[in-house]
Ligand binder design. Structure first.
Ligand code: AMP
Length: 279
């Protein structure tokens, strides 16, 4: 696995594999089995696999965890070296040189709902860095986790609307044995918070069971989950929603295919999770 910091050097290496199928997995590092599942899928589908590790400052809000975001590049390299051909680890000055002022944003409802309500500039930062990385790597296939379902939809829309010649693959959520969705941010959690955070997965499962038992009322389903989480005392609910799976429009009744999405803060750690609900 080659490791490069400079765009120029990445481009040089990629020039040598021009006729090969390139798979790309952008990450912010502190890698876990969730990331690894994307990288392994990229390995299966492509001749040449590129992974980036870059904690992108433009997708963090002012009072968010940019500075404390966990980093361990050595461990990351060890974890992926058997599956990745080129690891790109740019510095901020390489991505956003002095005077940088070009941004890519997907407008409209998709970047106004859910995570965007409390993180209004987040997706603009995501689409900007992802568009830049796509232009640097010029991949055939890109892999994103469905844990960040809204992010997946936003990037899919950007790819379509900018006519990028890229296939996007959404990969299933990888969980700890306990059910907790894997996340680099789980490393912030104390043992107690980690145990309490299982309520997210349990709530998704119990809602799915209720739907299977013919409960269809979205308000009622959400209210029950809210009450359970609030009973823990300290978590702060950012959102809990059940939306139409395809359009992410609000619905009153669960029908066909919906998706339940939630974001909850356990003290300083904000966790997200989701699950498809099929009737
Ligand atoms: P991040 O490093 O958090 O920016 O994530 C990089 C990619 O890994 C994104 O496409 C995420 O959706 C994906 N990812 C993160 N956690 C998981 C998980 N538990 N299961 C599947 N994909 C994940």
């Amino acid at each position: 696995m080659k490791v490069e910091k400079r765009i120029e050097d990445v481009k040089k290496i990629l020039k040598g594999v021009e006729n090969k199928k390139i798979g790309f997995v952008p990450t912010m590092g502190y890698l876990h089995d969730g990331h690894l599942s994307l990288i392994k899928k990229a390995r299966e589908d492509n001749d040449f696999v590129v992974v980036s590790v870059y904690v992108n400052p433009t997708q963090f809000g002012e009072n968010e965890d940019l500075d404390s975001y966990p980093r361990d590049l050595k461990r990351d390299q060890e974890l992926i070296k058997d599956y990745c051909d080129l690891l790109f680890i740019p510095e901020n000055s390489e991505i956003y040189p002095n005077g940088y002022n070009t941004f890519v944003s997907v407008k409209g409802r998709i970047t106004e709902i859910l995570c965007a309500k409390n993180r209004p500039t987040h997706f603009k930062g995501v689409t900007t860095i992802v568009a830049k990385l796509f232009n640097i790597v010029e991949p055939d296939n890109v892999y994103f986790g469905l844990k960040d379902f809204q992010q997946f939809k936003v990037i899919e829309k950007m790819i379509n609307e900018l006519n990028l010649n890229i296939n996007i693959h959404g990969c299933e959520i990888i969980r700890e044995k306990t059910g907790l969705a894997m996340s680099s941010r789980n490393s912030y959690l104390s043992d107690k918070e980690k145990e309490d955070a299982l309520i997210l997965y349990k709530s998704l499962i119990s809602t799915r069971e209720k739907i299977n038992n013919n409960e269809r009322n979205v308000k009622k389903l959400i209210e029950e989950v809210k009450n359970n989480i609030e009973n823990l005392g300290y978590p702060i609910i950012d959102y809990i929603e059940i939306l139409d799976y395809e359009t992410l429009e609000e619905i009153d009744e669960v029908k066909d295919k919906s998706i339940m999405l939630m974001a909850v803060k356990f003290n300083n750690t904000r966790l997200i999770d989701n699950m498809i609900m099929e009737v």
